[in-house]
Every structure is written in structure tokens, then in C-alpha cells.
Design a protein. Structure first.
Length: 254
């Protein structure tokens, strides 16, 4: 395993109980790549992401993030979870929630610096939440909270950024803005996005991983009918900005 890659995965298996969720997953992702992870619900996408983050440990196989074990790379990665619901009565402002992303940059027992606060202002402006900086997070809409969680992850200045369905709760306008933002970040950050927004993401990704218990890695960012057929095993309409780009043939249920 070498420093050329941001992510290295070798023959990873994982099970909840007796049934394997991931089977023999292997791939390398180069630094500076933008990976779109596609596949059906229950196919193991989020499980794979949790293994890459060190939240779960594989039953067997090896994983390296930036050349080290996932737990040792936590301070160098950012993570936006799919579910941003939390105790809405918890008294924390939008600014302070985003500021938590700077914890890894601040020493334990030390106050946040002005540089920390400047960074949070920068990322809140990027996601369009600076005007709501004093609002309690519990009073924000689901889409607004997602923006704040994205800002919090960006505040870490990550070398690798993981996002699990980042547009699930956001409006369509911000969806496009988000991917434009990720494209800009990709100039210096390796990005991994789990998504069902096939038509939108196809404009931005440099590589594609199709996950349905096993994984097929495509170094080109072009999403094809064959990829979707093999991953979803059902008819898929590829839609971008409301316009179908490809409609796949009907198939018989097995």
C-alpha cells in the first residue's frame, strides 16, 4: 500500500450476523479523485463508508486511509452523515455547531482561535448559512441543518471528505450549488459521495463504484447502462435536471 492513494481496500468482508453485507471488496482511490458510490438500498454502501471511517471493523481484509489505519486518519477526514436529526432542544447555535469542526485543530483545554472563527465564517458563507449563524440548530429545517453539517465537516480542512446522501434533505437549488462547491473543493480534497442522484453526479465524478454486496470500481467517471443494470438489477431512469437522459429496457422479475 503506497502514498499514491487516498483509500486502499483489500478483500474486505463484513457481516451483520450470518449474512455477508460486503463480499471481497477491493479498490484503490487516488488522491484528488472524486468518487461517486452507487447502488441499491441495503447493498452495503453505508456499511462500506463506516468501515472507511473506522466506525466498523471488517470481518477480514485490510483498509488504509491516507496510508494509515482508519482510526489514525480521523483528524484528516471530514464526514457528512445521511441522518442529521438530533435532539432539537439541544441549545447550540448554527455557528457553534460548525465551530465544532475545528475541535481537531484546537488543543484540549484551549479556546478556539480567531483563525478557527474565520474558517467557520468562510464555510458558513459557502453553504449559504452565514445569515442564520445565531439561530439554534433545532429551529432550522432539515435542509438547513444538512448545510450546517456540511459546513462543520469543511471546517476540519479535510484531506478526504466523505458524504452519505448529502442532498437527501436539501432543496434542488442547493443540490446543484453543493456539487459545484464539491467540484471546487476537489482541487485539493479527495471526495467520496454516496448518492442516488445519478443524473446530477455524473457531471462531477471522476470515478464510480457500484456496490451491491460486492463492488465494481470504474476509473472513468462515465455512468453507463451496464453499470446501473449490474448494480441495481432493475430498470433505472437516468434523470438530470428533470429531463430523462436514458430510459432502460423492461426486464422480467426473477
Amino acid at each position: 500500500m503506497t502514498g499514491e492513494y487516498a483509500i486502499e481496500v483489500r478483500d474486505v468482508w463484513f457481516s451483520y450476523g450470518v449474512s455477508p453485507i460486503l463480499k471481497g471488496v477491493s479498490f484503490n482511490l487516488k488522491r484528488g479523485d472524486f468518487l461517486g458510490v452507487l447502488g441499491p438500498n441495503g447493498g452495503g454502501k453505508t456499511t462500506l463508508l463506516k468501515i472507511l471511517l473506522g466506525i466498523l471493523k471488517p470481518d477480514r481484509g485490510a483498509v488504509r486511509i491516507l496510508g494509515t489505519m482508519p482510526n489514525d486518519a480521523k483528524h484528516r477526514v471530514g464526514y457528512v452523515p445521511q441522518n442529521t436529526n438530533f435532539n432539537v432542544t439541544f441549545p447550540i447555535s448554527t455557528f457553534d455547531m460548525a465551530l465544532m469542526g475545528r475541535l481537531s485543530r484546537s488543543r484540549i483545554g484551549k479556546w478556539y482561535t480567531q483563525a478557527d472563527r474565520n474558517k467557520v465564517e468562510e464555510v458558513l458563507r459557502k453553504v449559504g448559512m452565514w445569515e442564520q449563524r445565531f439561530m439554534p440548530v433545532g429551529q432550522l429545517s432539515g435542509g438547513q441543518r444538512q448545510r450546517v453539517f456540511i459546513a462543520r465537516s469543511l471546517a476540519t480542512d479535510p484531506e478526504v471528505l466523505f458524504l452519505d446522501e448529502p442532498t437527501a434533505s436539501v432543496d434542488q437549488e442547493f443540490e446543484t450549488d453543493l456539487y459545484d462547491l464539491l467540484e471546487d473543493l476537489n482541487r485539493r480534497v479527495t471526495i467520496v459521495v454516496i448518492t442516488h442522484d445519478i443524473g446530477v453526479i455524473s457531471k462531477y465524478v471522476k470515478s464510480v463504484a457500484c456496490v451491491n454486496h460486492s463492488l465494481v470500481f470504474h476509473e472513468e467517471g462515465r455512468i453507463t447502462q451496464q453499470m446501473l443494470d449490474s448494480s441495481y438489477q432493475c430498470p433505472v431512469d437516468l434523470v438530470a435536471h428533470g429531463v430523462p437522459h436514458r430510459v432502460f429496457h423492461h426486464h422480467e422479475e426473477k
